[in-house]
Design a protein around this ligand. Structure first.
Ligand code: URA
Length: 430
């Protein structure tokens, strides 16, 4: 067997620092050596900053992704149904996985959603589901496979062996100001999804104040990078570019987002959540080769039945009352008119400060904390009418939440017509 080549980390760092491209061998070596602790944290910090400043071309990004996949195990979740996966780059009030996974499963696909917890102003899917009494996030690979076969949908914690290089590198990027790099974000997301064995992938790439990517242009570049990595690895990948300037739906937090998802599954809920859930479901079903109409399946109640089975299979009680907050503070409209703007970032930070999110990964979250947006842009409001409800178990968190909301909404005599939530679609076929 050929012995893999080894390099000096400083030479790899220097090559990228000076704007060169890394060879396949350099990438394979540096990712593997970093995972094994041979390349030191300070050397990888320097390389991550060089990549941040100099970028990588598509072939380098694809190879970097492959090296991160190879750092750990690959799951095979293939069973009797076609498997299709979804990933969102994260936003405020983004509870879409909750109605989407059971909806697509009710249409006949298998949907494994290996998810994470929240950090910063965007919430985590597992934190939301953990507000359901009894629900369990940690499943073994065989439990995931059995539930996919039986129910068709699983939302659970990612197993620890998936892309360990990404786990280390993501933690390092977080503390070295190298998160917002398209090559590093794209390889991080796709290494985990490809290692999970996705056979088709739909990406919700968000842009706007509440998203990683602030502009549509940046989101488009990220989406094309993500789809080209998918195609390069044989995974058909579709990306929807979606608006995250305004929170999705009315609920932002944990239990409140579960309650809103259940409303959607029961045929109601806010129209933007329904619109995005159905749009993503259509793309997932197209990749799975299933011709069902997700809007009709949502209206029929079948997706809600699948939700109940999915929650029960993981120990949760879908009919148990959800936690309620010890304290509710109402923000009222300061004037009459039309709500002209409601800033996703401001609402996300407010919900986080109320206890819905965490500042460090070991912090607990409050199940009942969050923000309810009683009006959305375009709604007529009257002075003194409730606009936002701040939910928390720790009332001393309210002043900091109110501070986050300063300038976060505006009332005018008229508001611009709302734009569609899905702006563009990029399809990568193999
Ligand atoms: N999500 C990821 O998994 N990785 C990133 O780098 C950013 C968002």
């Amino acid at each position: 067997m050929e012995t893999p080549r080894s390099f000096a980390a400083v030479d790899v760092i220097r090559a990228k620092r000076d704007g060169g491209r890394l060879t396949d061998e350099q990438i394979d070596w540096v990712v593997d050596a970093y995972t094994r602790g041979v390349v030191a944290e300070e050397q990888m910090s320097a390389l991550a900053m060089a990549i941040f400043l100099r970028g990588m071309d598509t072939a380098e990004i694809s190879r970097w992704t492959r090296a991160m996949i190879e750092s750990g195990e690959r799951l095979s979740l293939a069973g009797s149904r076609p498997t299709v996966d979804k990933h969102s780059t994260g936003g405020v009030g983004d509870k879409i996985t909750l109605p989407l996974a059971p909806l697509v499963a009710a249409c006949g696909a298998a949907v494994p959603q290996l998810s994470g917890r929240g950090l910063g102003h965007t919430g985590g899917t597992l934190d939301k589901l953990e507000s359901i009494p009894g629900w369990r996030a940690a499943l073994s690979t065989s439990e995931i496979q059995a539930q996919l076969e039986d129910v068709g949908a699983v939302v659970c914690a990612a197993t620890s062996g998936l892309a360990p290089a990404d786990k280390k590198l993501y933690a390092l990027r977080d503390v070295t100001s190298t998160v917002e790099s398209i090559p590093l974000i794209a390889s991080s997301i796709m290494s985990k999804k490809i290692a999970e064995g996705a056979s088709g992938l739909v990406l919700d790439v968000k842009f706007g104040s509440g998203a990683f990517m602030k502009t549509l242009d940046q989101a488009r570049t990220l989406a094309s990078t993500l789809t080209s990595i998918g195609v390069d690895h044989g995974v058909p990948t579709t990306a929807l570019l979606t608006d995250m300037n305004v929170p999705l739906g009315r609920a932002v937090g944990n239990a409140v987002e579960v309650a809103e998802s259940v409303e959607v599954l029961q045929g109601g809920g806010p129209s933007d959540v329904v619109e995005l859930t159905v749009a993503l479901a259509r793309e997932m079903l197209a990749l799975a080769g299933i011709s069902a109409d997700p809007a009709a399946v949502l209206a029929s109640g079948e997706a809600y039945e699948t939700w109940c089975r999915m929650i029960s299979a993981q120990g949760g009680d879908p009919s148990a009352p959800l936690p309620t907050p010890a304290h509710v503070h109402t923000v009222v409209a300061p004037a009459s008119g039309v709500l002209a703007s409601l800033d996703a970032y401001a609402v996300g930070v407010a919900a986080w400060r109320l206890g819905a999110g965490r500042a460090r990964k070991e912090d607990p979250v409050q199940a009942a904390a969050g923000v309810l947006c009683l009006a959305k842009p375009g709604s007529a409001v009257t002075e003194g009418e409730p606009l936002l409800e701040l939910h928390t178990d720790t009332p001393d968190a309210v002043p900091a939440a109110l501070e986050a909301l300063e300038g976060g909404f505006s009332i005018a005599s008229a508001a611009a017509a709302p734009e569609p939530i899905v702006r563009e679609t990029i399809r990568g076929t193999v």
